[in-house]
Design a protein. Structure first.
Length: 443
């Protein structure tokens, strides 16, 4: 019985040895695959984290000549797999990115200088040439520092005129940021002339880059083709304008706002009375009229409100119209004015006994207190014996009542019989005088 068990044990050991031997042998088709060349893939950081084990068996002569994914290492005597020498330990994770020197970069095609860009699709399947990269022109604009402080909203518009068009129209334009006089133009490749124009009320002289006041006098600047190519240093210094500037502040009557009563400042030539400029008065009351030829002007202010007088700027306390004289490059910001509402009178007439009052048959005339021929305003008495006259300026007046159809005597307020004996009626600015009544006598 013991001999039988011993024989079975030997058979089992022999079978195990055969199985192990078969399992450790390399199949013939594996050798054939190893002999075929395999492209070397680009190694990424994630791929390096997992080492590739080398075969544990000694390669046959045909297999050893084949390329492998990792450098070969000397055969180990132990029957267990041994990692390649460069990967003897698993990488330790860190928070730092993998150095670029540890990774084999994928080759990137680069275009040679002078070779056009490859055609691209326009969406229809056709191949079209790629548009050339734009050139960039940059520069700085210098203006007098005093003007930068006086006109913080001032800026410069820059226009690029293609030389190929001979100045017939500009291709593109840009503007500098207010009070920061740097600029940038993105242009198609080519030659240009640049025109610099003052904006935002900035009193500097418009000019072409390179000097000159005309297209022909301007210099040429080239926008060079190429991605990111910059033509820098196209700077310019703009001189203060020899022209003058007028300005000031307008004040409306207390209950009125400029936002609801649009108002304008008119610049007038005294010799002809011609209005050569109108400037809108802003909501805060300020107005500015730049680029005026040095000389003398009247300044008048008008508003859309029908009950506010037009006002003239006056350099005297009398309020009479006076001219302002501007020197070259002079800036006047003290041309202020206070506008006033109309003054008015309202009253009634007391008719003599037995005389009726047809509406509109008695006339009321307001005269200057110093001139019996100067009729300032007129109205007629209504059927209810009342009258109202608006549009009077502050001043002293005399009022006459008369009729050509009603049998009453001509009478001056309040009891006079002529301009000389009439009483003075004095009105303040914006005053509304009531009870200007009179008792008439029968003719």
């Amino acid at each position: 019985m013991s001999k039988v068990k011993l024989g079975r044990t030997r058979l089992a050991v022999t079978a195990i040895a055969v199985v192990v031997a078969v399992g450790l042998s390399v199949p013939a088709h594996a050798e054939a695959q190893a002999a075929e060349p395999t492209p070397i893939p680009t190694i990424s950081a994630s791929a390096k984290a997992t080492p590739t084990p080398t075969p544990t068996t000694t390669p046959s002569p045909s297999a050893s000549a084949a390329p492998t994914l990792a450098p070969a290492t000397p055969a180990a005597t132990a029957p267990t797999p041994v990692p390649a020498a460069s990967n003897t330990a698993a990488p330790v994770p860190t928070n730092s990115p993998t150095s670029s020197s540890d990774v084999s970069p994928s080759p990137t095609p680069t275009a040679s200088a002078g070779i056009p860009s490859a055609p691209v699709s326009d969406g229809s399947g056709a191949r079209v040439a790629a548009a050339p990269a734009k050139g960039i022109i940059t520069g700085h604009i210098s203006v007098p520092s005093s003007l930068r402080k006086e006109y913080p909203a001032g800026y410069i518009e820059i226009r690029a005129y293609p030389v190929e068009r001979g100045g017939a129209g500009y291709r593109t334009s840009t503007t500098s940021i207010p009070n920061i006089f740097d600029y940038r133009l993105d242009l198609a490749p080519g030659d240009y002339k640049l025109l610099f124009l003052a904006r935002g009320g900035l009193p500097v002289v418009d000019q072409w880059w390179g000097g000159g006041s005309t297209y022909a006098e301007g210099a040429t600047v080239t926008a060079v083709s190429g991605s990111g190519h910059v033509t820098a240093g196209i700077d310019i210094t703009m001189a203060a304008s020899p022209l003058a500037t007028a300005g000031g502040k307008v004040t409306l009557p207390g209950e009125m706002s400029l936002a609801n009563n649009p108002t304008r400042a008119q610049i007038i030539i005294p010799s002809s009375g011609k209005v050569i400029r109108e400037e809108v008065v802003q909501a805060d009351g300020k107005w500015t009229a730049p680029y005026l030829t040095p000389g003398s002007y009247w300044v008048r202010f008008v508003t859309n409100n029908p009950r506010v007088f037009a006002a003239w700027w006056s350099g005297s306390d009398s309020g009479s119209r006076t001219a302002v004289t501007l020197a070259p490059q002079e800036v006047r910001s003290d041309l202020n004015v206070v506008m006033t509402k109309y003054s008015s009178i309202r009253g009634r007439v007391i008719m003599p006994a037995g005389v009726t009052l047809p509406a509109g048959q008695i006339k009321v005339d307001v005269f200057s207190s110093t001139n019996s021929r100067d009729v300032v305003a007129s109205a007629t008495v209504q059927a209810n014996t009342g009258f109202y006259i608006d549009g009077l300026r502050a001043g002293t007046y005399r009022v006459r009542f008369s009729s050509t159809t009603v049998p009453i005597k001509t009478q001056w307020w309040s009891t006079g019989t002529s301009h000389a004996t009439g009483g003075d009626l004095t009105l303040a600015a914006s005053e509304q005088r009531n009870w200007v009544n009179v008792t008439l006598a029968k003719k």
